[in-house]
Ligand binder design. Structure first.
Ligand code: NAG
Ligand code: NAG
Length: 505
């Protein structure tokens, strides 16, 4: 009988509260400095300097205050000397009136002294075979390692990122897996005296090979400072059907091409969570339908041709930068229709004949929350040259819609107010949660406008997600405390029941 009364009280309370719940959101300004220890790794792809018009990315277009790490990409391997070398000396170096890109990248630290600048070696265009040959021979590895130490010294760089795309594939050998590990061990040893940063950017799999077939995950985890996971390129026109470039969730339990599965897979090898850095794509994948009339798009089903189309500036079939996408959306006469795909937590665009799967500020905010909730080291973005770095586009207004929805569910629960009051008492600073006029408020960052909407979202969403965890932890702590008091019979059941039930206890 007593139980029934409890249930009745709770149901009434929940129903009343859901009627009261309504948006209580105001806006605050962008955070000024890093108040957290998460990494935000910004890939700077140098070839974007050759794009035309508004796509042209100059090194001085970088915004160092939004990055904890910068990776200058890419340099390459000289297969004759086995040494690291510039692929584009005119862009990278100063000799022969070169533009001195490496020097200018390092000088960006004047604007953000906390930022580390590494150089990335490899990339798709470097292929795999040269690296396969180098790592297979101890003498060649030694020459390479010495050349890297020297290169970092000469250019005053903080570290090396290995972006071999990818071991055992594209002409590589099965032994690449163990030979890469030997190289990483030797680099790690050589870097120790100066504590240089050693990271690698890893594919989540390749064709039919699983990630652990390409890389010795357990051992790499030990010797690398961070493992950058390319959590994108899961689907593209090459498959001949529509899919998401970077789906957070799969379409069903058997779907393994998604971020959640990749992470579960990585954790099954015991990877250190705070060494995991999840890659967020600042680009989309393009598709062309192969039938005339497509009414409803179905992910992993709707057929396409095996070639997509190219972006205006990047001119690479199948690829389109976020900056190119957002400019198209600004064009009021364009035919694009915009959709949100709940299952993969990504947006997509379509017109009569074409389809784009991409990431926007809303999907970035949700991925960042996933990274923070999972206790990972942070994120990398690929690359800042295809964010809207000029600030040419309209702001996106629904960036934090999912955060607002969660907040509104508890906005009127008295315990939230108590938790936020405790924060003030203990002087725990929060940026986004507050009480004003006696009511809990979520003071969100202003809608995304100005330059770097995606990278700004990363910065804000990290702080916001960390604060969401703090608030939830405080609520749980209070509930625990009260539950103990109820056991002792020193608190009237009615009030506590109301709050506890709302939380599903
Ligand atoms: C805007 O879209 C229309 C229709 O697709 C196209 O003809 C036009 O060239 C576009 N304008 C710009 C500036 O891209
Ligand atoms: C979105 O997907 C999640 C996970 O599958 C599900 O729990 C939720 O109900 C979905 N929301 C909508 C509006 O379909």
């Amino acid at each position: 009988m007593e139980i029934l009364i409890w249930i009745y009280v709770c149901v009434v309370a929940v129903v009343l509260q859901s009627f009261q719940a309504q948006s209580q959101v105001t806006y605050a300004s962008v955070p000024k400095s890093f108040t957290h220890d998460k990494v935000i790794v910004c890939y700077l792809t140098r070839w974007a300097a050759y794009r035309e018009g508004d796509g042209k990315f100059d090194i001085f277009d970088t915004e160092p205050s939004l990055c904890t790490h910068l990776i200058y990409a890419f340099v390459g391997l000289d297969e004759n000397s086995n040494k690291i070398r510039s692929i584009d000396p005119w862009q990278d170096l100063e000799v022969n009136y070169g533009l001195g890109g490496l020097k200018h990248a390092v000088e960006l630290k004047k604007k953000n002294p906390y930022m580390k600048v590494s150089v990335g070696i490899g990339g798709w265009n470097e292929g795999s075979i040269k690296y396969s040959n180098m790592v297979a021979d101890p003498k060649r590895r030694k020459i390479f390692v010495t050349s890297v130490v020297n290169f970092l010294e000469v250019h005053k760089l903080d570290g090396l990122d290995i972006f071999w795309d990818c071991p055992t594939q594209r002409g590589g050998k099965p032994d690449d897996r163990k030979n890469l590990l030997l190289l990483v061990k030797e680099l790690n040893e050589a870097f120790e005296p100066n504590r240089k940063l050693l990271t690698a950017t890893l594919r989540t799999g390749y064709m039919d090979s699983k990630m652990n077939d390409l890389y010795d995950l357990v051992q790499l985890n030990f010797y690398l400072d961070y493992m950058h996971i390319m959590a994108y390129d899961y689907h593209g026109a090459w498959e001949g059907f529509v899919g998401a470039n970077a789906p957070l969730r799969g379409m069903d339990d058997n779907d393994i091409l998604n971020i959640e599965y990749t992470v579960k897979y990585l954790l099954s090898f015991g990877i250190t969570t705070n060494k995991l850095v999840l890659g967020l794509p600042m680009f989309g994948r393009t598709f062309t339908f192969n039938t005339r009339v497509v009414n409803e798009v179905e992910f992993l089903k709707t057929p396409t041709t095996t070639t997509g189309f190219a972006g205006r500036f990047s001119k690479e079939n199948g690829f389109i930068g976020y900056n190119e996408i957002c400019l198209q959306l600004m064009n009021k006469t364009s035919e694009w229709e915009q959709f949100w795909h709940n299952q993969t937590v990504t947006p997509y665009l379509r017109d009569d004949t074409r389809f784009i799967s991409y990431d926007n500020t809303r999907s970035f905010a949700n991925k960042v929350k996933y990274v923070i909730d999972s206790g990972f080291g942070g994120v990398f973005v690929y690359s800042i040259a295809t964010d809207d770095f000029r600030g040419s586009c309209d702001e996106e207004v629904d960036t934090y819609i999912d955060f607002i929805e969660r907040f509104n569910k508890i906005a009127n629960v008295p315990i939230l107010k108590t938790a936020l009051e405790n924060f003030n008492t203990y002087e725990i600073q929060t940026e986004y949660y507050s009480i004003s006029n006696g009511k809990p408020r979520l003071k969100l960052p202003s809608p995304q406008f100005g330059n770097y909407p995606l990278l700004r979202t990363v910065n804000e969403a990290i702080t916001l997600s960390l604060e969401e965890i703090k608030v939830n932890n405080e609520i749980e702590r209070i509930l625990d405390e009260r539950a103990k008091l109820v056991e002792k019979g020193s608190v009237p059941c009615f009030r506590t029941c109301n709050e506890i039930c709302f939380y599903g206890f």
